[in-house]
Design a protein around this ligand. Structure first.
Ligand SMILES: NC(=O)c1ccc[n+]([C@@H]2O[C@H](COP(=O)([O-])OP(=O)(O)OC[C@H]3O[C@@H](n4cnc5c(N)ncnc54)[C@H](OP(=O)(O)O)[C@@H]3O)[C@@H](O)[C@H]2O)c1
Length: 191
């Protein structure tokens, strides 16, 4: 089977484990971010690629959500064909322009996983509709967890596992859905 390409936006922070797992599963993972130099596989892999020693499995691309068209151009420059999966952990204020900019880089009908911070969920409306029509979208809301009598953010592993479960649903062709990982404000989620 030819190598599949996943575009993962925001995949070098707490979702790094998610990107790593996709690489382990054989995906070529493209990671636009502002600081690609720290991502294993960017410069090092590019250098080795020229000698044909290492498959180009993880490609970090310098790009910023504040310049969506430039971000898309930079991704376009490193991919050989359309992406088969989009995972988007993008701040709510940039989400729509960034997703619309990269949409032409996706294969027709390629699944999307949108990851939301529970703080970005709007009271009354709840989770916003998926940004991209024509791309079945699994949405994930990252909440908090109770710990030692208080609350804490999800660990990076907990967040990555939750997003990977959404990726699995997406690749299995499950109907679009919204899942929460951890706890969120249930009043907000009901609406
Ligand atoms: N519900 C939850 O569990 C939850 C929710 C939010 C935050 N947190 C906690 O808070 C910590 C910090 O969260 P965070 O929001 O900074 O997320 P993060 O996942 O740690 O990092 C954000 C990701 O987005 C990229 N990014 C950020 N701004 C960008 C921009 N303008 N253009 C392109 N890429 C950009 C970052 O790479 P570059 O920096 O290289 O651009 C990185 O890949 C997390 O580590 C987590 O522990 C938890």
């Amino acid at each position: 089977m030819s190598e599949r390409t996943a575009l993962v936006l925001g995949g070098t922070g707490m979702l790094k484990g998610c990107a790593d797992e996709l690489v382990a599963q054989g995906w070529r993972v493209v990671l636009p971010c502002r600081r690609p130099e720290g991502v294993l596989g960017s410069a090092a892999t590019a250098a080795l690629r020229g000698r044909g020693h290492v498959p180009r499995q993880r490609v970090a691309v310098a790009a910023d959500w504040t310049r969506p068209d430039e971000l898309a151009d930079r991704v376009r420059a490193v991919v050989d064909g359309p992406a088969d999966l989009l995972v988007a952990w993008v701040h709510a204020s940039y989400r729509e322009p960034v997703l619309r900019a990269v949409a032409p880089l996706l294969a027709p009908g390629a699944p999307v996983v949108e990851v939301h911070d529970s703080g970005a969920i709007q009271p009354v409306r709840g989770v916003s509709d998926p940004v991209l029509e024509g791309h079945p979208t699994q949405q994930v809301v990252l909440g908090f967890t109770r710990h030692g009598g208080g609350t804490r953010w999800l660990s990076h592993e907990e967040a990555s596992v939750g997003v990977l479960e959404a990726v699995r649903r997406a690749l299995d062709g499950r109907p679009p859905s919204v899942h929460q990982v951890g706890e969120v404000d249930t009043w907000v989620m009901r609406h």
